[in-house]
Design a protein around this ligand. Structure first.
Ligand code: SF4
Length: 390
């Protein structure tokens, strides 16, 4: 890091105080533009991004290679504000789950899954989700709003600091990030993109494009846009091998049916032939797990460069679904893998703290009335249960 004297700093008289600027909301390129607007040298953006994300510093006073006058200026016009950790639960298997309070009081969840050679952080992009996939716990809570860049990248900031405090594997505790928490990331396109830029920035978290994955339920126009603007890896929540079933499980399919979704997946990595789209497929007993479904799936994806990840369903109260037996999952895997498609089964982690895939729920005000409808349905089910069993 370069040491600077006050002579490097341009006069600050023209800068209007604006205490609402949270520097956590800015990627390096955006910081560069901000510095230019402030009449500062553009390299300030490199210093700031390094201090904030690589070194985890939120106090301008401690940014010792910035001149005193620039630090003073920063104190007057900006701040670095993170979501607040309400609790942090650790599972017996090392999985962590946090509840984070956002700037408006809504809360979201985030999960960290350690494995032998990597540590994956599952990050949320929205408060709730508007897409209402039928098997998803987040969907039952409804939707409130998109997360800001500070609220998305703040999750990575918090996880890195909080995990390194534990003293294990101090460097690179977070080796992978998946945008697979609460929300559909492509419906918060700009903020998610800026956040992923920070994740991959060598002066910030320095994660490679292979280790930052965006998972979408299949918003075709936004996927096309993503292909043009970002290098991150792509995962698609497929969950059904035909339109009829997918319309039911993933309702956005009615808008972007499989024919259109597969067309964009097929050519997603056309310029990088070694990369593959990951298809996620939740295994729901008696719903999408038969031999016929496996064969239909093979037909659907066999001409897409892809990997398939089978996810045992993680039940939640009154979901109406059950997970397929391991025997069924292995049979399904065998049929697909026999055609040469790399097919893995996701290990269920963090069961004891409800941190498994699809189990993330926050605490927030629902703007869709879906959570109250869901509560009505579940209490009706309870009444029926008691009537039948009394
Ligand atoms: S599965 Fe993903 S896209 Fe579907 S409702 Fe849940 S969070 Fe939203």
């Amino acid at each position: 890091m370069t040491n600077l004297s006050s002579a490097d700093i341009l006069p600050s008289q023209d800068v209007q105080p604006n205490p609402s600027i949270n520097l956590l909301d800015y990627s390096r390129t955006q910081l560069e533009t901000l510095m230019i607007e402030w009449g500062e040298k553009s390299f300030r953006s490199q210093q700031l991004i390094k201090w904030i994300h690589q070194l985890g510093c939120t106090d301008f006073e401690q940014m010792t290679n910035l001149s005193k006058s620039f630090r003073q200026k920063l104190k007057e016009i900006a701040h670095i504000k993170l979501p607040e950790v309400i609790w942090d639960k650790a599972s017996n298997d090392g999985t962590h789950k946090w509840l984070l309070k956002l700037f408006d009081g809504n809360c979201i969840e985030m999960v960290y899954i350690p494995e032998k050679n990597r540590g994956t952080l599952c990050v949320s992009s929205q408060v709730g989700c508007a897409l209402n996939c039928s098997f998803c716990s987040t969907a039952k809570q409804g939707f409130n709003r998109n997360l800001s860049v500070a609220e998305i990248i703040g999750q990575v900031w918090i996880a890195c600091r909080s995990l390194s405090k534990e003293g294990t594997n101090k460097h690179k505790v977070v080796t992978n990030v998946v945008m697979m928490g609460m929300g559909e990331p492509l419906l918060n396109f700009e903020n998610v993109l800026s956040s992923m830029d920070i994740m991959m920035d060598d002066l910030a978290y320095n994660l490679s494009k292979y280790r930052v994955t965006l998972s979408t339920s299949g918003l075709v126009p936004q996927m096309e846009q993503l292909k043009k603007t970002s290098q991150v890896s792509l995962a698609v929540s497929l969950h059904a091998p035909n339109d009829e079933l997918r319309n039911e499980l993933v309702p956005i399919n009615k808008k972007y049916p499989l024919r259109e979704l597969m067309a964009v997946c097929r050519q997603y990595y056309e310029n990088e032939p070694r990369r593959m789209v990951t298809f996620e497929y939740v295994m729901l007993a008696g719903v999408n797990d038969s031999e016929l479904h496996a064969k239909q799936l093979v037909k659907l994806i066999s001409n897409v460069p892809c990997k398939l990840n089978l996810i045992p369903f993680n039940p939640f109260p009154n979901s109406g679904y059950e997970t397929s037996s391991m025997e069924t999952i292995y049979r399904f895997q065998k049929i697909v893998a026999a055609t040469g498609i790399n097919t893995t089964i996701r290990k269920t982690r963090g069961d004891d703290i409800d941190a498994a895939c699809g189990q993330l729920v926050g605490q927030f005000q629902d703007r869709t009335r879906r959570s109250s409808k869901w509560q009505e349905v579940t209490s009706e089910k309870k009444v029926m249960y008691f009537e039948e069993h009394s």
